[in-house]
Design a protein around this ligand. Structure first.
Ligand SMILES: C[S@@+](CC[C@H](N)C(=O)[O-])C[C@H]1O[C@@H](n2cnc3c(N)ncnc32)[C@H](O)[C@@H]1O
Length: 322
C-alpha cells in the first residue's frame, strides 16, 4: 500500500481500534467500507495514493514535467525524488571535471534511463550543443520523447531493443552486435552512468569500440564501473552498497579474475571489471586512460571518493597520431 495512503489513514492520537483516518477522508473511508467492503475501498484509495505520489514530482518549481513519475523512478531503484537530483548533479560535476564538457559539446549518453543526467545538462549545454540519449527500455524513451524535446529541441532520445537480463530480458538485439546509430567522429563526449555495471564483457568490448568510432579525435569517454581492483570480498561497504547484490564474488565466462558478477542467475544485474581488462579493450579500440580511475564510494576501499561508482576516463588520440 502506498505510503501516501498510510499517511492519510494514520491513527489519530488517543484513538484505539481500527484506523479512523483524518477528517472528511476518514468519514468517506468509513462509508465506502460499509458500502463496498474493506478490500475494494482500500484498492480505490491506494489508487488515489499512487496517483498522488506520481504528482509529487510536479511540486518542483523548475520544469517539473521533466521529472518522471515515481513509478518509473522505482524501475531504476529510486524511492525518493531527492535521489534523482543528487545523482543528476553528481554526474553534471563528473562531466564538467573529467569529461571537459563545453556549452557547445556534442554529447552521447549510452543507457540514458529516464534522462536523469540529461536533466542538469540542459543548463550546461547551449543550443549550439546537443545531447543524444540511447536507451533499451521503451517506456523510458517514450517518457523522454514526450517531455524533453518540446522545451529542449537539441535533446534527442532513441530506443534500441537490446537484450539485458536485468533491464530488458525480452530484447531482440544482442548488445555485442549493436552498432550505435551515429556517424563516425560525431561526438566530443560520450558517457555511460551505471551502464557498464550491467554489461557482460562481449557487450562492453563492442560498446567501447563503438564509442571510439563515434568519438572525435581528442574526445573523451566517462564511464562508471565497479572496479574489482577496489573490491574486497567480505569488507563492510557504506550505506546501501552493503547489500549482497553488490557482492561481486562470481567469476563469469573465460575471463579469469578480470570479470565477475554478483548473481550468476541474472548476470547483468551487477557486473564488475578489473581495470587492466578495461584498458586492454580501450587500447584495442584506440582509446587510452586519460588519468587514473576516480574512486567511488561503493567499495568502501578508498578514504576519499568522488561519486558513488568508480569512474574511468578515456581519451581518443589526436587525429595526427591515429
Ligand atoms: C542504473 S540505470 C542508469 C540510467 C541513467 N544512465 C542514469 O544515470 O540515470 C542503467 C540503464 O542502462 C540501461 N542499459 C542496460 N543495458 C544496456 C545496454 N546494453 N545498452 C544501453 N543501455 C543499457 C538500462 O535500461 C538502464 O536504463
Amino acid at each position: 500500500m502506498s505510503s501516501f495512503f498510510q499517511s492519510l489513514t494514520r491513527k489519530l492520537p488517543g484513538q484505539g481500534g481500527t484506523s479512523q483516518g483524518v477528517g472528511a477522508f476518514g468519514r468517506w473511508a468509513r462509508r465506502a467500507r460499509r458500502r463496498f467492503g474493506r478490500e475494494r475501498a482500500l484498492e480505490v484509495v491506494a489508487g488515489w495514493g499512487r496517483r498522488a505520489e506520481e504528482r509529487l514530482g510536479r511540486r518542483i518549481a523548475y520544469e517539473p514535467e521533466l521529472i518522471p513519475p515515481i513509478r518509473l523512478m522505482r524501475t531504476e531503484g529510486m524511492d525518493v525524488l531527492e535521489e534523482w537530483f543528487r545523482w543528476a548533479e553528481e554526474w553534471s560535476m563528473l562531466l564538467r571535471i573529467y569529461g571537459q564538457i563545453r556549452r557547445d559539446s556534442q554529447v552521447l549518453e549510452v543507457g540514458c534511463g529516464l534522462g536523469r543526467v540529461a536533466f542538469p545538462l540542459r543548463y550546461v549545454l547551449s543550443r549550439e550543443g546537443a545531447f543524444h540519449g540511447l536507451e533499451i527500455c521503451r517506456e523510458k524513451v517514450e517518457f523522454l520523447q514526450q517531455t524533453f524535446p518540446k522545451a529542449h529541441p537539441n535533446f534527442h532520445f532513441q530506443h534500441a531493443d537490446i537484450h539485458n537480463t536485468f533491464y530488458n530480458p525480452g530484447g531482440t538485439i544482442r548488445p555485442e552486435h549493436y552498432r550505435f546509430p551515429h556517424e563516425d567522429a560525431s561526438f566530443d563526449l560520450i558517457f555511460a552512468a551505471s551502464v557498464f555495471t550491467h554489461l557482460l564483457p562481449a557487450a562492453a568490448e563492442q560498446y567501447i569500440r563503438e564509442a571510439s568510432r563515434v568519438l572525435r579525435p581528442e574526445g573523451r569517454c566517462v564511464f562508471s564501473f565497479f572496479l574489482l581492483d577496489n573490491y574486497r570480498p567480505g569488507q563492510p561497504r557504506p550505506q546501501g552498497f552493503n547489500d549482497r547484490i553488490f557482492n561481486v564474488d562470481h567469476p563469469h565466462g573465460n575471463h579469469g579474475d578480470d570479470f565477475a558478477v554478483s548473481d550468476p542467475g541474472n548476470p547483468e544485474a551487477i557486473t564488475a571489471y578489473r581495470l587492466a581488462f578495461i584498458e586492454r579493450m580501450a587500447a584495442q579500440a584506440g582509446l587510452r586512460l586519460a588519468q587514473p580511475p576516480v574512486p567511488g564510494l561503493w567499495s568502501g576501499s578508498s578514504p576519499t571518493w568522488v561519486g558513488m561508482q568508480d569512474v574511468v576516463v578515456l581519451v581518443k588520440a589526436p587525429a595526427n597520431e591515429a
